[in-house]
Design a protein around this ligand. Structure first.
Ligand code: SAM
Length: 135
């Protein structure tokens, strides 16, 4: 028995594969409908699959919009896993999780944050950012 794959979000869809901008899809989803969001968003490196390279402020603004929508659809106790690497320019390597951490922090529910330790600065920052976005 196969699983049906739909192109639009509905409450009872087993799998939705939306062929478009994630912001459009998120906009069709109601508040508190997801337990877990896992994403590997763009790193803004001008890779072939990226639309165009944005300046970092614009990139963070765009990602903040997506993060806000992800938090909106998460139910209380849900988690957001945001996997990013580094933004590389000619003379600088910028860890994107550091840039995005203040955005996750804005959404933090202090009652849901617990202490834990990480083994590397990136892992601990990413994990702190994910915890910060846990509702
Ligand atoms: C870091 S890659 C992740 C690739 C993915 N994990 C995979 O294995 O194919 C980021 C992906 O996000 C896509 N993307 C960028 N902006 C998007 C948007 N607004 N809505 C949907 N996808 C987007 C890019 O085209 C790219 O495929």
């Amino acid at each position: 028995m196969g699983v049906s794959i739909q192109e639009r979000w509905t409450d009872d869809a087993a799998v939705v594969l939306y062929p478009g901008d994630t912001r459009e899809l998120l906009g069709t989803m109601p508040d508190d409908c997801a337990q877990l969001v896992i994403t590997s968003p763009p790193y803004n490196l001008a890779k072939a699959y990226e639309r165009k390279r944005l300046d970092l402020e614009e990139y963070v603004r765009d990602q903040a919009q997506v993060i806000g929508e992800c938090v909106r659809i998460l139910r209380r106790g849900g988690s957001l896993c945001w996997e990013v690497g580094n933004h590389v320019t000619g003379d600088e390597i910028v860890p994107l999780d550091l840039l995005l951490y203040p955005v996750f922090r804005r959404h933090r529910d202090p009652s849901s944050v617990t202490a834990s330790s990480g083994t590397s600065s990136t892992a601990s920052t990413a994990s702190a950012a994910s915890r910060a976005a846990t509702r």
